[in-house]
Design a protein. Structure first.
Length: 247
């Protein structure tokens, strides 16, 4: 791995960074370790980590696209869930792994459980009519579907959400409901997404909008959840007065 930092030989300053290390094969518990990184303008947290890797500090972290599209590099940066590739490096930063998942090593956590839960939602457009396989052009897509499709599944909103932190809340979290809304707004989708949203905690959201504050794509899952609630209430009323029909 080589950090792409053109001016690293002429740094503007030496910055300190504290990184939580943990190797389950060697360490009894996590510990904070201090490192020094030569800082150059526009350097990101990911580039600082790559620099350290180049120096033989093999700190485990996830990286893939490096341009905020894959969502894999989310971690706690100064206590907030953020993308390492989308955060400018600053002096005295503290880097830790996301806190709600089992740690694999250093900054890498095991998110398989969330991925499995997401898959179980069948959050891709699901059509009852299998013959209806015509291609949906971009023009035909609902504008909300396009917006919701920007979610990169980085888990930042899950980390920030106070309502999904308790196992007893029954609320999988904002990202799951955003994905349900994404499927619901696809023109070919015919699953009962309102029922699905209810089963996955639509009424448990506390509307604090912490999710919107940490979303690197500037989405507002809290607003999407409010829309899902409106849709649920509307469908309930229509059913009650007998004009509702199964999707
Ligand atoms: S590496 Fe893909 S979002 Fe950061």
């Amino acid at each position: 791995m080589t950090a792409y930092i053109p001016d690293i030989k002429n740094p503007e300053a030496m910055y300190t960074v504290y990184i939580e290390r943990f190797d389950p094969e060697k360490d009894e518990k996590p510990y904070l370790k201090r490192y020094t990184v030569p800082f150059v303008q526009t350097m990101t947290v990911m580039e600082a980590l790559e620099y350290l890797w180049d120096q033989g500090e093999y700190i485990a972290f996830r990286a893939n696209c490096r341009e905020f599209t894959c969502g894999s590099c989310a971690m706690l940066i100064n206590g907030k869930p953020r993308l390492a590739c989308d955060t400018l490096f600053e002096n005295n930063m503290r880097l830790e792994p996301l806190s709600r998942y089992a740690r694999i090593k250093d900054l890498v956590v095991d998110t398989n459980e969330v991925k499995e839960k997401l898959k179980a939602l069948r959050y891709w457009p699901e059509s009852k009519n299998r013959k209806q396989t015509y291609r949906v052009t971009q023009d035909a897509l609902d504008k909300f579907h396009r917006i919701y499709s920007r979610c990169i599944e980085c888990y930042c909103c899950l980390e920030a959400c106070p309502a999904s932190s308790s196992e007893r809340s029954g609320f999988d979290g904002p990202m799951h409901l955003l994905q349900i809304a994404r499927a619901a707004t696809h023109p070919l989708d015919t699953l009962d997404r309102t029922r699905q949203a209810s089963e996955h905690g639509i009424w448990s959201c506390v509307s604090c909008f912490e999710c919107a504050g940490v979303c690197p794509m500037e989405l507002s899952p809290g607003t999407v959840i409010a829309e899902l609630r409106k849709r649920a209430v509307k469908e309930m009323i229509l059913r009650f007065i007998g004009v509702g029909k199964e999707k």
